[in-house]
Ligand binder design. Structure first.
Ligand code: URA
Length: 196
C-alpha cells in the first residue's frame, strides 16, 4: 500500500498515472482480469463519478460502466443534462474485475485507493459522486453503509462528494430510484452554482 501511494504521488499527469496503474502488480485481482479498467469520459470535467469495480462487460471492453448498470447510469446523467462524451468523467475504486463479480475485499480497495485519490487530485472536479457503498466507505474511511451515507455531502481530497445508490442496485430495487434521483438533483444544483 505504501508503494502504491509513492507511485501515485510521483505521477504528475493523467497519462503517467494511467501508465503507472497498468504497470502496477500489487493488486492480486490483476492476474484474473482481461483488462485494466481505469476511466471513461472527459478528464477534467467538473463532475467525476467513482463506482465499484469492472464487471464482465467492462473487463472485456476495458472501459467502466458499459454494461446494464452503465446504461442506467448514462440515463441518470442525461436526466441532469450530462453526458460522459461531453461533460462527465467516470472511474471505479478498483481497476480489475473481482472473480465472478464478488464484493471487493478491504485489502483490494486499500491497495487501489491511493491511485484513485491521485486521479481525483489530478482531475480536480467540482463535484464527486460516489456510486454505492464500496467507493463511499473506501474514500470516506467509514464503515457506515450506503443507506446511511447517501444524500449527505462529504469531502474527498477537498472536493464535495455525494454518496448515492449504485445503479446495479437500482436495477434490482427500482423503487429506490427516487432517492438516487434526489441525489442527482442535488448534484445538479451544486454544479449549477447553487447551494447544496
Ligand atoms: N459497476 C461498477 O461499479 N463499475 C463498473 O464499471 C461497472 C459496473
Amino acid at each position: 500500500i505504501a508503494s502504491a501511494r509513492q507511485i501515485a504521488a510521483a505521477c504528475d499527469d493523467i497519462a503517467a498515472l494511467e501508465a503507472a496503474i497498468r504497470a502496477f502488480d500489487g493488486c492480486p485481482l490483476k492476474a484474473g482480469a482481461m483488462n485494466t479498467v481505469i476511466a471513461d469520459g472527459i478528464f477534467g470535467a467538473d463532475l467525476l463519478l467513482v463506482g465499484e469495480a469492472p464487471g464482465a462487460d467492462e473487463d472485456r471492453l476495458g472501459r467502466p460502466f458499459v454494461g446494464r448498470a452503465g446504461q442506467l447510469l448514462d440515463r441518470m446523467l442525461a436526466a441532469i443534462g450530462r453526458d460522459r462524451g461531453r461533460d462527465a468523467y467516470i472511474a471505479n475504486i478498483l481497476f480489475w474485475r473481482p472473480p465472478a463479480n464478488r464484493k471487493p475485499d478491504p485489502v483490494e480497495t486499500a491497495t487501489c485507493k491511493p491511485f484513485v485519490e491521485r486521479l481525483i487530485q489530478l482531475a480536480r472536479p467540482k463535484v464527486l459522486i460516489l456510486l454505492g457503498g464500496t467507493p463511499a466507505a473506501t474514500l470516506l474511511g467509514t464503515s457506515e453503509g450506503i443507506t446511511r451515507l447517501r444524500g449527505r455531502w462529504h469531502e474527498v481530497e477537498g472536493i464535495p462528494a455525494l454518496p448515492t445508490l449504485h445503479p446495479a442496485y437500482l436495477l434490482r430495487q427500482p423503487q429506490a430510484k427516487r432517492e438516487a434521483w434526489r441525489d442527482f438533483l442535488a448534484v445538479k444544483r451544486r454544479l449549477d452554482g447553487g447551494n447544496p
